[in-house]
Design a protein around this ligand. Structure first.
Ligand code: XIL
Length: 585
């Protein structure tokens, strides 16, 4: 069914026959047999193995300068729901230059200029990590940090959350340092400034035969002057540019194609992460073919877009937007104002005095203004407000709104301020208030409905068209026995229409323990409820494929669910087939 699909990853250097960029420095000679085995083919491509020549536009914190790549410290992290720091989230060149064929080991030569910094980290990934539910799952990587006096090597095996090996070797450094890394069958050898500093055993990190590059700093900026890589036998490696992920055209059976026959304005979307799109062509095929729109799963949350106060990092999110556009998918921005996934510097701000409150209000407005403006030509619908209602445990009729930092600083007025700021930054964008648990008839829906009634005159007063504002029904079905009653959902969508608002299903995923039939019915019924109401403009799912459907339970174990439309092998599950049948009726 899908052999007409062609995922093309164009090689930006395809003429990689022959080769040899033997830019090997002194000192490492005794560790390399390159000279002996390499067949020297004369080539003008002196820099053939120079990966710095590839695409580095889409890695955060990295800036191209004449002398190389400047790496700025971002201290980017992954945070728990309560805001505590869970893990570092070092920038990776996902939608950019990477190596695709290192079969028999490799040799890397780098030149690191400390500039003002005391640390420089290069991370080599065999597979891109998965960022899932407030944690990151590494899938095989090696982190190499050079400090003024040590070389620290950390190895993460596939599916690990912590390194399986950490080694520290004393080294002599200068301002500018040559770092040489050689990987043979089961060992890495490290050489700094001509001195061998140590060996570490291989943990089969590069079984994929690929290498992705991450660059990071802990304290100040440093400069990567050079990064050359070749195979152990001296052959050149091939590079690819992740930004070139393209699907030639959508299959006529794709959900987005089919739905247009029922309603020509309707959008079918899914949450995606750039790692899966770039690193996994089977996933990319399904995601880019079946869906007409992407919701960046985490890449546009504030923790990622403003990791340091006033420092905006759009590169990785831009990479995802670029891939979406190249494949004619629209982007639904997620999310501007949220109580979670905020950077630690924000969480630490006080909101007691008037001045402190004004500071937080200004930060919110600046963030919205900057982000919406940055994507003004690319993103025409935003989750402006995410999860404004208190969680079930905290929810009361007197205090239904979540008491997060934005609320503490501005009270309920943060909502209209945020909507207005987004509207002014892009008057063409659809503005959503996105929330879970609105599908049933209970006090959460009543509270949302009351809020929307209060908001309506405020929108009108400010000249913001009410029909440009909508409610996102997240529609997460997480528990056994949990069901969405499509009749009630539809009634709520109609109530929104009566007030003049739009609606969308924004994050549907359906728990599997009640069986494939129940799951398939839920997916179809929710789609039907939306499709049959003209003010409901999109149906978006959160889990496209179970291959990327992970979460962590309370004791810290990683679990994998079956909530998605596709399974771990990227085959359609019964729910996906049911959607197809329904759309063809
Ligand atoms: C989740 C993502 O899926 C996880 O990968 C992340 O670690 C935490 O957030 N409602 C939302 C989404 O609006 O942003 C949440 O996404 C799921 C619940």
């Amino acid at each position: 069914m899908k052999n007409d699909a062609v995922i093309k990853k164009r090689l930006w250097i395809s003429f990689l026959i022959g080769v040899v960029g033997l830019g090997i420095g002194i000192g490492m000679k005794q560790f390399s047999d390159t000279e002996k085995t390499a067949v020297m083919i004369q080539t003008n491509q002196q820099n053939q193995s120079n990966i710095l020549q590839g695409n580095w536009k889409y890695i955060d914190g990295v800036e191209r300068v004449d002398a190389g790549l400047k790496v700025n410290p971002l201290q980017r992290v992954i945070v728990e729901q309560d805001g505590s720091v869970a893990q570092t989230n070092s920038p990776i060149n996902i939608a950019g230059a990477h190596v695709t064929d290192i079969s028999d080991g490799f040799v890397i030569n780098t030149t690191i200029d400390f500039l003002q910094s005391n640390t420089a980290t290069i991370q080599l990934y065999g597979n891109l990590p998965i960022i899932a539910d407030e944690f990151k799952i590494d899938r095989g990587s090696i982190g190499i940090t050079l400090t003024k006096s040590n070389l620290v090597v950390k190895i993460w095996k596939s599916m690990s959350q912590h390194p399986v090996e950490v080694r520290t070797f004393p080294v002599k450094t200068d301002q500018i340092n040559k770092l040489y890394i050689e990987k043979s069958h089961d060992t890495y050898i490290f050489v700094v400034n001509g001195q061998k500093v140590g060996e570490v055993s291989d943990h089969n990190v590069f079984a994929s035969e690929k290498i992705w590059f991450g660059l990071d700093s802990e304290d100040a900026e440093w400069l990567l002057r050079d990064l050359r890589i070749e195979k152990k036998n001296g052959d050149a490696v091939s590079f690819a540019d992740g930004a070139t992920v393209t699907l030639q055209e959508k299959n006529m059976q794709s959900m987005q194609k089919l739905v247009l026959q029922k309603r020509n304005d309707f959008v079918i979307g899914g949450a995606m992460a750039s790692g899966a799109l770039v690193g996994d062509s089977a996933f990319a095929y399904v995601a880019l073919n079946d869906f007409g729109s992407v919701t960046p799963e985490n890449e546009m949350k504030m923790v990622n877009l403003q990791p340091k106060r006033g420092v905006y990092t759009f590169a990785q999110a831009d990479g995802l937007v670029h891939i979406a556009k190249a494949n004619a998918l629209t982007v639904h921005g997620h999310t501007l104002v949220f109580g979670e996934a905020n950077p630690p510097w924000l969480a630490a701000l006080p909101t007691n005095t008037k001045t402190e409150k004004a500071v937080v209000s200004k930060i919110m407005q600046d963030h919205i203004q900057t982000v919406v403006t940055h994507y003004k030509n690319d993103i025409f619908s935003w989750d402006v407000i995410n999860e404004p209602l208190a969680d079930y445990e905290e929810f009361t009729l007197e205090q239904p709104l979540r008491a997060h930092i934005w609320y503490r600083a501005m009270g309920e007025s943060y909502i209209i301020t945020a909507l207005e700021t987004a509207y002014r930054a892009n008057p063409d964008a659809m503005l959503f208030i996105n929330e879970y648990g609105l599908e049933a008839d209970d006090e959460r829906w009543n509270a949302m409905y009351a809020l929307l009634k209060r908001l309506k005159p405020q929108l009108e007063q400010r000249g913001i068209p009410v029909d440009q504002v909508g409610v996102g029904f997240q529609s997460h079905i997480y528990e056994r026995g949990d069901r969405i009653d499509a009749t009630v959902l539809r009634k709520h969508i109609k109530q929104l229409a009566e007030l003049g608002y739009k609606a969308q299903i924004s994050e549907l995923d359906v728990y599997s323990a009640d069986g494939d039939t129940v799951q398939a019915d839920q997916y179809v019924n929710v789609l039907r409820a939306c499709l049959e109401e003209s003010n409901c403009i999109a149906w978006r799912v959160w889990i496209i494929a179970d291959r990327y459907n992970f979460w962590k339970n309370d004791d810290g174990h990683t679990l994998q669910g079956k909530d998605g439309l596709y399974d771990t092998s990227l085959q359609p599950r019964p729910a996906r087939n049911a959607i197809g049948q329904y759309l063809k009726q």
